[in-house]
Design a protein around this ligand. Structure first.
Ligand code: NAD
Length: 297
């Protein structure tokens, strides 16, 4: 059944996600603070509202795709929740702290709405191709209502548990990714020092116990995996800025839950420095260049 969907945050991810909802026959009313984002969404068939409250009045569903937790909580508090009809389904697909996600959902429920967290992986490519993986934190009823809408933008929709569970899954997955990319990169640099070719290490590790996504899909050296960002001078892909952001969220979660994760903690610091020192707009696999540069001749 076609729904009326308010879409708040029409940036790199939200723009193509909203466009896919339009293609599927939903009425999409969008809002963003940036004129360029609005113009692109309008060209894709999104009806543009003059403010966020105007977008949600009359909507059955409100999707937010914003930079961070402060933006989501701010938007919920500063008008979205008040402007929506009672019982509106709020879906936040931004990547934010687990605690912020639970706080946002609690605010929405207190205002008489339904609310779920549904962060994504798959990047701009997945948002455009409608092949995102959604990780959902929701009660069963809200999940059942949201699933057909998420499916339009998705390759996979996984119900991870109650409120916050989607963000929890996302932060845990990306901590694995951040740590494993550093491990793979360190191994390639060591191999180079030992006179091993990158291809030989790849051929062995990709078929042995070192196998992982950072090696076999996003390989940090050019050659073995032709589609990996290393082959196009580390154009993202998944940017160093986003990896630093996501590992910052992992670090918050590690600290507030007292988890003794030495590698996750170190990876957060390594990617923070990488992003601050020129890696923000490179693919995160360019961390291998930092490791190589920091190694002795
Ligand atoms: P983006 O910066 O391109 O888009 C965010 C948009 O939100 C911007 O257009 C901005 O103007 C708008 N915005 C900010 N505050 C607003 C407000 N109060 N009202 C209306 N609009 C507002 O970022 P993005 O790459 O689209 O990422 C969005 C979210 O998705 C982030 O949480 C990010 O971590 C997550 N994410 C991104 C990727 C990726 O590859 N880009 C992948 C997975 C998850």
């Amino acid at each position: 059944n076609p729904s009326t969907i308010a879409f708040i945050g029409l940036g790199n991810m939200g723009g193509p996600m909203a466009a896919n909802l339009v293609k599927a026959g939903h009425a999409v009313i969008g809002f963003d603070l940036v004129a360029e984002a609005l113009a692109q969404a309008e060209a894709a068939g999104v009806t543009i509202a003059t403010d966020a409250a105007g977008a949600v009045a009359g909507a059955d569903v409100v999707i937010t795709m914003l930079p961070g937790g402060a933006h989501v909580l701010g938007a919920y508090r500063d008008g979205l929740l008040a402007a929506a009809a009672p019982g509106t389904l709020f879906i936040d697909s931004s990547t934010i702290d687990v605690d912020d996600a639970r706080a946002a959902a609690a605010l929405a429920v207190a205002a008489g709405h339904r609310a779920i967290d549904a962060p994504v992986s798959g990047g701009v490519v997945g948002a455009t191709a409608a092949t995102l993986t959604f990780m959902v934190g929701a009660d069963d009823e809200s999940f059942a209502l949201a699933a057909p809408i998420l499916q339009v933008m998705a390759g996979r929709v996984v119900h991870c548990g109650g409120s916050g569970a989607g963000q929890a899954a996302k932060v845990c997955n990306n901590m694995i990714l951040g740590v494993s990319m550093i491990a793979v990169s360190e191994a390639f640099v060591l191999g180079e020092k030992l006179g091993l070719s990158n291809q030989a290490l790849f051929d062995v590790a990709s078929a042995a116990s070192g196998q992982c996504w950072a090696l076999t899909t996003n390989c940090p050296v050019p050659g073995p995996v032709p589609a990996s960002p290393a082959n196009r001078n580390y154009q993202p892909g998944f940017s160093g800025a986003l990896m630093a952001k996501d590992l910052g969220l992992a670090l918050n979660a590690l600290q507030s839950n007292g988890v003794a994760a030495e590698l996750g903690t170190l990876a957060a610091s390594i990617y923070r420095t990488f992003a601050d020192e020129g890696g923000a707009s490179q693919d995160f696999s360019a961390i291998i260049n930092t490791i190589r540069n920091n190694s002795n001749e």
